[in-house]
Design a protein around this ligand. Structure first.
Ligand code: SF4
Ligand code: SF4
Length: 564
């Protein structure tokens, strides 16, 4: 260990670390554009200049290693003046685009212009003009005038994706980035360069000009599109998710997410085929009824068939809480052991970075709470039981089982098919009774990823129900469950309930004394009954989750959380 002094504070650190790493890890902010903890050091923006005693001039903190006894001044007169000069230089050719730039309100350069620049320019010449709308690839547009040549996007492609699709061309004030001739910025992770870009030079084709940063709420949640469970932020305006961006979690997705998860998962939340309310089938078509009426009618049907006459299909796309209550409902109320879920593995559709072949976010969680087994032998027994007429009723939670040919062939043999679903699917088309369920974006609950990392899913979009149970929470619990609630206002998108709540309603109609009023109540029960979850709480899971069975190791610092 060595000792360095930064801004008067003596800090013990390992040899070999740079000044910026040690400062940031110890809560001392050094402004920077090109440095990023996941990328190599390029040292080209010069924004991290600091003063080091006994050195003749300022040095860049990103490429200066700490040495024993080193004394660093981040906020000395010389360091501040040096950074002001860098800002003035960078802003010479930067366009005054903020009013029309997607990045405004969430832009490092804009923030630094307020915090670390002189507040005026001595440059009254014509600014350098460059191309404004360069089509770099299927998802990314480049504005060359806004680029500050930090090379983060170039290093991301060559170092993280290992596919050098971008490079600098030209020199001096003409320098710009380009793809190689005839090539595109086209890879499964291409949109991460948009988040990495410290200015608005790289923007998303899908999001361009849709909303200003300050008009959107940000909810920290988890991607539902594969077993990785990347940590994300859902950006919402008027109860509609407009974009997803990755959220740093060193143990799950580092700083990144894939383009498919970024674009597809939220579009389904707002699709036209969303269902509303409770329905049962009369004269061949589904009719909407009151929830209470539907619960009573479903209870009457289920009462007629107990034990091996009733089977249950849970879902690796539903939460731990949903699956836990489904298994409990089957075992405790209808004395059935016929419980399983459908796998969603697409063999070969994975890589050695983030994307997993298992396209469901909670396979491990469903298994953990006793919904089926990894071999899914029970699923085959259920199909066989329906075909032989032994199983007369089936309860399906949050999955389109009719997409599985073996189920599609036998569903019409059932006397009673109860489906909890968020969208109109082929399974809904065969159902006798349907309860509209909430999507991942409307729920509070937990997913367990393929590495047994349990994480909190938080509601980003308002429904009448999640507003009701979030509204009953204290401010401290609300803070724990995300920041969007206070901006939900009058919005309430769908008459949909999370499946744990639908199951609670059904259980009560069947005489059970279930009193779960909030997903945390369900999780507390699961943490008492499921060995692997023993002692777990939402509070312990926190913002970045816990690896089940392993001691909690806090990272040195979370880069996302460091602000000037
Ligand atoms: S486009 Fe953005 S990330 Fe890429 S070099 Fe320019 S400023 Fe840096
Ligand atoms: S890798 Fe998986 S979890 Fe991560 S963003 Fe892509 S689909 Fe979502």
């Amino acid at each position: 260990m060595i000792t360095v002094t930064i801004n008067g504070r003596e800090i013990q650190t390992e040899a070999g670390k740079t000044v910026i790493e040690v400062a940031l890890a110890n809560g001392i902010y050094i402004p920077h554009f090109c440095w990023h903890p996941a990328l190599s050091v390029s040292g080209n923006c010069r924004m991290c200049l600091v003063e080091v005693e006994k050195l003749p001039k300022q040095v860049i903190a990103c490429s200066t290693n700490c040495t024993d006894g080193m004394v660093v001044h981040v906020d000395s007169e010389k360091a501040v003046r040096a950074r002001e000069a860098v800002m003035e230089f960078i802003l010479i050719n930067h366009p005054l685009d903020c009013p029309i730039c997607d990045e405004a309100g969430d832009c490092k350069l804009q923030e630094y212009a307020y915090r670390f620049s002189r507040g005026e320019s001595r440059f009254d010449e014509e600014k350098n003009h460059k191309r404004k709308r360069v089509d770099l690839g299927p998802h990314v547009v480049f504005d060359a005038e806004r680029c500050i040549s930090c090379s983060r996007c170039i290093r991301f492609c060559s170092e993280i994706i290992k596919d050098p699709q971008l490079t600098f061309v030209e020199r001096g004030d003409r320098v710009t980035i380009e793809t190689f001739p005839g090539e595109k910025l086209d890879n499964p992770y291409s949109m991460n360069v948009i988040d990495l870009c410290p200015v608005g030079a790289l923007t998303s084709k899908e999001f361009r000009f849709k909303a200003r940063a300050w008009d959107m709420s940000r909810t920290e949640t988890v991607c539902p599109d594969c077993a990785r469970g990347c940590n994300i932020v859902a950006w919402v305006r008027k109860n509609e998710i407009l974009k997803l961006t990755p959220r740093e979690n060193p143990r799950v997705n580092q700083y990144w997410m894939c383009d498919r998860g970024r674009l597809e998962s939220f579009q389904r939340v707002h699709a036209d085929d969303r269902l509303d309310g409770a329905m049962f089938r009369r004269h061949g078509s589904l009719e909407r009824v009151e929830w209470a009426t539907a619960f009573a009618a479903a209870a009457d049907e289920l009462k007629k068939r107990k034990g091996s006459e009733v089977a249950f299909i849970g879902s690796a796309r539903a939460t731990v809480e949903d699956n836990f209550l489904l298994a409990k409902f089957a075992h405790d109320i209808l004395s059935s052991t016929l419980v399983d879920f459908l796998p969603h593995v697409i063999e070969g559709d994975e890589d050695d970075f983030l994307v997993r072949a298992d396209k469901a976010p909670n396979t491990a969680g469903a298994l953990l709470v006793g919904v089926g087994s990894s071999g899914h032998e029970m699923k085959d027994r259920i199909v066989d039981g329906i075909a032989r007429g032994q199983i007369k009723a089936l309860v399906v939670m949050d999955d389109d089982i009719a997409a599985d040919p073996s189920f599609a062939a036998v569903l019409d043999k059932l006397e009673f098919l109860l489906v909890m679903a968020s969208h109109d699917t082929a399974t809904v088309g065969s159902a006798h009774m349907v309860f509209s369920s909430a999507t991942w974006a409307e729920k509070l609950g937990t997913f367990v990823n393929f590495e047994r990392h349990i994480q909190l899913l938080r509601p980003a979009v308002a429904t009448a129900e999640n507003k009701r149970w979030m509204g009953g929470l204290s401010q401290s619990r609300l803070d724990r469950f995300g920041t969007a609630y206070d901006r939900w206002g009058k919005y309430s998108e769908h008459d949909a309930r999370p499946s744990w709540q639908i199951l609670t309603g059904l259980a009560r109609s069947l005489g059970a004394k279930w009193s779960y009023a909030h997903p945390e109540d369900v999780f507390e029960a699961a943490a008492k009954e499921v060995g692997d979850l023993y002692g777990m709480t939402y509070e312990k899971i926190g913002r970045r989750g816990i690896r089940l069975g392993l001691p909690v190791e806090e990272p040195a610092f979370i880069y996302d959380d460091i602000h000037p």
